[in-house]
Design a protein around this ligand. Structure first.
Ligand SMILES: [Zn+2]
Length: 80
């Protein structure tokens, strides 16, 4: 892949496998080991259209989850 730069800070992007946290049909799902380009400077993650399609395929029911996690949810509006 060609060397690319971050659209936010201009840092170098590196290919990495990341965990993506995404809402799908009102449920949060985790997708591990998604190929992404990660900025070495600010940490912003960028996904190629192919990686996006892969995620959609996985979470839209073509695969079973490898495991299920319980997620604690907090609301910052309620913080004092
Ligand atoms: Zn950056």
């Amino acid at each position: 892949m060609n060397t690319q730069v971050c659209m936010y800070c201009g840092g170098q992007l590196e290919e990495q496998r990341v965990t993506r946290f995404q809402k799908y049909q009102d449920r949060w799902v985790l997708i591990e080991n998604v190929p992404a380009l990660v900025c070495s400077q600010c940490g912003e993650q960028f996904f190629t259209p192919a990686a996006h399609d892969l995620v959609v395929d996985l979470i839209s029911g073509k695969s079973n989850p490898v495991r299920t996690e319980t997620v604690a949810v907090y609301d910052a509006e309620l913080a004092k």
